[in-house]
Design a protein around this ligand. Structure first.
Ligand code: C5P
Length: 228
């Protein structure tokens, strides 16, 4: 992920054909393009089989593990046949013991990204869950846990990049909740443009519907223009 900007395209679909189309229409020599496979495709009938055959070297499996240590460790063992996965996500809220187990079982096979407060959560949602601190403070605490456990990176919204960067120096900062200007936020609450996220220090951004809804090629060109 060093020099080129990394864009992870969120392949949120159950269709293998759509994923092939997304891959074929989002190539660029000056960008490092990766593909994020989330729960929708992974749970789909053919998703897992497709993943076992995919050739791309930059696959991000967004499992968002969030369970007890034994279950998360066992889940990782259950996908060991998938050879080309580079990144796996786990909720930092799953706790230090779970994260330690995930690190131990994954060894050097995957990079583990710790997910902080979801980008679809706003301050009212967080308060209703019993959190007394505001979003930035909760994300800061989560980033400290990620640093302490030597995770490879953190997933946070653009609004927390600066805080996370201070704590997680030299770690990857992956930012979802990305919208091209003029696009609707939909269910996302803490959003930012890709250009702003990179300028604040994101090492990668995750973009789903702004690219994959409608004309993928046109959306991709709009993204490239927006980064100039
Ligand atoms: O379509 P959109 O760009 O909103 O998709 C964002 C993607 O990033 C989704 O696949 C979602 O699961 C993922 N994600 C997120 N917020 C997080 C972590 C991951 O939106 N905090």
């Amino acid at each position: 992920m060093k020099n080129k900007k990394t864009i992870f395209v969120a392949c949120d679909t159950t269709s293998q054909e759509k994923i092939k189309k997304i891959i074929s229409k989002t190539k660029h020599s000056k960008l490092n393009i990766g593909y994020k496979i989330g729960l929708e495709f992974f749970y789909s009938r053919n998703g897992r089989r497709f993943l076992s055959q995919i050739k791309s070297k930059n696959i991000f499996l967004d499992l968002k593990l969030n369970d007890i240590p034994n279950t998360c460790g066992a889940a990782l063992k259950a996908i060991k046949d998938l050879k080309n996965i580079k990144y796996i996500t786990a909720h930092i809220n799953s706790g230090e013991e779970t994260l330690r187990t995930i690190k131990r079982i994954s060894g050097n096979k995957y990079k583990i990204l710790g997910v902080t407060v979801l980008t679809s959560i706003n301050k009212f949602h967080l308060k209703s869950l019993g959190f007394k601190n505001d979003i930035k403070n909760v994300v800061t605490s989560q980033a400290k846990v990620a640093k302490k456990l030597k995770l490879d990176g953190v997933v946070c919204s653009g609004l927390e990049i600066k805080k996370v960067k201070k704590i997680c120096k030299n770690m990857e900062i992956v930012v979802p909740g990305i919208r091209l200007s003029g696009d609707k936020n939909q269910d996302q609450k803490r959003v930012m443009t890709p250009k702003k996220a990179f300028s604040l220090g994101a090492s990668a951004v995750v973009i789903g519907r702004s690219l994959t809804n409608g004309n993928i090629k046109q959306n991709f060109e709009k993204l490239i223009d927006s980064l100039k």
